[in-house]
Design a protein around this ligand. Structure first.
Ligand code: HEM
Length: 245
C-alpha cells in the first residue's frame, strides 16, 4: 500500500481569502437577489437604498479581500502564485491530457496545487469576481454616490445650486435632468455586466463545488480540510510541475 505523506500547500493568506470570499459571496448573493426582486418584494425607495447600502458595504470587504489575493499571487507562497494558478506554461497541454486520461481510468494524477483543469476554473472564477468588483464599485457611485466614483458622479448630476456633497439617492429634484439621463446611459453597461456576471457566477460556483466533491471522492487529497489546515495528504509523489513547487 502506498505511503501517505502530508504537504503544506495553502498558506494563511490563501485560506483566509477563501473563507472571507465565501462569506462575502453568500451575503452579496442574498442581498443581490433581494435587489433584483425589489418590486415583487414591494420595497419602498428607502428600503431599496438600505439594501444597496448593505450590499455595497459587504462589497467593499469582498473587493479588498480580492485585491489582496491578486497582490498575494505576486508575492505569496509557491502555490499562491500566478504560475501555480494560471493555465499554461511548459507541458501544460500534456498535463491536461494526462489528467483527463487518468481521470477516465479512475486514477487521476494527484496535484498539490490546482490540477490542470482546476487552473482553468480558478482563473475563470477570479476574472469573474474581478469583473463583479469593478462593475459593483462603479454602481456604488452611480446609485448611492459612494466611493470610489461617487463624488465625481454627484458633481456630474447635481442641479445648479445644489451642493454635490448633499445629493441623496433617488432624490430626482436635486439632479440636473439631462446630466442624470446621461449618467444613467453611462451606467447601463455596468449594470448589464454586473447582472449577467451574477448569473454566470452562480453556474461557476455550482461547478466549483461539484468539481471539489468529485475530485475529493475520486482522487482523495482532502481538498476541503486542506482549505482549513493548509495541508494536503497524498498517496504518491505530487504531479505538480517543478516550477510550482
Ligand atoms: C461577486 C460579487 C457580487 C455579486 C454576486 C453581486 C450581485 C448583485 C446582484 C444580483 C445585483 C442586482 C442586479 C440588478 O438589480 O439588476 C447587484 C446590484 C448591485 N451591486 Fe452587486 N454583486 C457583487 C459585488 C458587488 C460589489 C463589490 C459592489 C460594490 C462595492 C456591488 C454593488 C452593487 C450595487 C450598487 C448594486 C445596485 C445596482 C442596481 O441598481 O440594481 N456589488 N449585485
Amino acid at each position: 500500500m502506498a505511503e501517505l505523506k502530508a504537504y503544506f500547500v495553502w498558506d494563511a493568506s490563501v485560506r483566509w481569502f477563501h473563507w472571507i470570499n465565501l462569506l462575502c459571496l453568500l451575503g452579496l448573493i442574498a442581498v443581490g437577489v433581494a435587489i433584483l426582486n425589489d418590486e415583487a418584494l414591494g420595497l419602498s425607495s428607502d428600503g431599496k437604498v438600505l439594501l444597496k447600502t448593505v450590499h455595497v458595504w459587504i462589497g467593499y470587504v469582498f473587493a479588498l479581500n480580492l485585491l489582496w489575493r491578486l497582490v498575494w499571487a505576486f508575492i505569496g507562497g509557491p502555490y499562491a502564485r500566478w504560475r501555480a494558478l494560471l493555465p499554461g506554461g511548459r507541458g501544460y497541454m500534456n498535463r491536461v491530457r494526462d489528467y483527463i486520461a487518468g481521470f477516465r481510468a479512475g486514477q487521476p494524477p494527484q496535484y498539490l496545487g490546482h490540477n490542470p483543469l482546476g487552473r482553468i476554473a480558478v482563473t475563470c472564477l477570479l476574472l469573474l469576481l474581478l469583473s463583479q468588483a469593478i462593475s459593483g464599485l462603479v454602481l456604488a457611485g452611480t446609485d448611492l454616490f459612494y466611493p470610489p466614483l461617487g463624488s465625481w458622479i454627484a458633481g456630474w448630476v447635481a442641479a445648479p445650486g445644489n451642493d454635490p456633497a448633499t445629493l441623496v439617492p433617488y432624490a430626482k429634484e436635486m439632479y440636473d435632468e439631462a446630466a442624470y439621463a446621461a449618467m444613467r446611459d453611462f451606467r447601463k453597461p455596468f449594470i448589464t455586466i454586473h447582472e449577467y456576471g451574477f448569473y454566470v457566477l452562480l453556474v461557476l460556483i455550482v461547478i466549483h463545488i461539484l468539481a471539489v466533491v468529485v475530485t475529493e471522492v475520486r482522487e482523495g487529497g482532502n481538498l476541503v480540510s486542506a482549505m482549513f489546515s493548509g495541508k494536503k495528504v497524498l498517496r504518491g509523489p505530487p504531479a505538480d510541475p517543478a516550477d510550482a513547487e
